[in-house]
Write a protein that binds this ligand. Sequence first.
Ligand code: PFF
Length: 458
Amino acid sequence: MGRENFGSKLGAVLAAAGSAVGLGNVWRFPIETGQNGGAAFIIIYVLCIIILGLPIMISEFLIGRYTHANTAGAFRIVSNGSPWKWVGRMGVFTGWFILCYYVVVGAWTLHYTYLSVTNAFYGVPAQQYENIFGDFVSSSWMPTLWLFLFIGVIHFVITRGVQSGIEKSAKLMMPTLFVITIFLAVCSIMLPGASKGVEFLLKPDWSKVDSTTILEAMGQAFYSLSLAMGCLCTYASYFEKNTPLAKSAVNVALIDTLIAIMAGFIIFPSIFNIGMDPNEAGVGASLTFVSLPNVFQQALGDGSVLAVVFSAMFYFLLFVAALTSAISLHEVATAYVTEEFNMSRKKGATLVTATILVLGTLCSLSFGPLSGVTLFDRNIFEIFDDFSGRILLPLGGMLISIFAGWVLDRRLYHNEISNQGNLKTPYFRMLVFSLRYIAPLAIGLVFLDQLGAFSFLK
Ligand code: PFF
């Protein structure tokens, strides 16, 4: 059977945007922005996207579309057998690795959607939310049950194929995600006292900007755009030959940034409405699963229909965001095993699903029965998270930019990016300059920062 392509340019962009828009947009970006100078941080973040993110995204798109192969195969083709082929294999491995812990959080969003719909937060005292979350993640069968359901949905989409699975689901889920985000943001902004939240998010405060802010903005831009884990390269291998690469990358980055900013409009007005200090609200899981359920109940009326609807829609939004990202990660691994080991799509997908069922369960249980299994004081979930986020991602990003800037044939690059001379590319020299000098240097700094080299600055 021939290799499938996306059926439309819109479907291709929505699928890639689905990969980019994920948990990071909701549980990390808004709080980072608020604490690091509001609009000042957003401006730095956008600059990081333009200078660093777009050149790498365009390069991944280019390598994928040019080779029409899975990420490992793609790098093998463009590297002409040199050791650079390992960059592709590393990308596959990174994506696969991230997926194992990402699905655990995806499962939590399902559980919290269920709790919201059943009005389980009604009458819960503020200090109880931590226990609710703690009891849930440390139990053995509940998180595992949701985990299997979450992985089951991913498997269903992946086995249906590129057009009727990935593309169709992106065309359904991304507009849904957009509508829910706008609805929740508008509701939240109408709360009394909301303006303080908007101010916290948007008022530029340059005094809070220092070198670590910039490193943080770079790291976030990188993670948020799903760079260096094979996703974009794999999806681009299903692009039609005439898909405009730079324009698609700009669209994906725009959607990703817009959703991240709107997530801030959902979160902060309600936090300020109840008089909570946003710096106490936490970040990541504690923000999402401990502070926010309480905030929503208090801001919208404990047990009220509005609180139920708002809360349920919020966790459903997170579920959709996590799902589309997880699908893209699964596809990286599925495309790899089916093409490199000559398997049917169904067999390949089943193999990948089996591995994440096992490793995902281990990650999930690491908050409960397996919490004693640690390495350097980190549990299994945290080991997966640290290793992929702190080491594999920045390393992969740096190698991709060096490869695209220094090794990949310049004429081939220009030919591809201009769609064989049919598109104008006034940005080409700037792009190459960034890939050669700025991106490797900047990502190198992020890498050292992730390893704690600059902790003395903080
Ligand atoms: N970009 C996603 C986010 O912002 O949450 C996270 C992510 C998705 C990371 C896909 C890695 C990945 F391969």
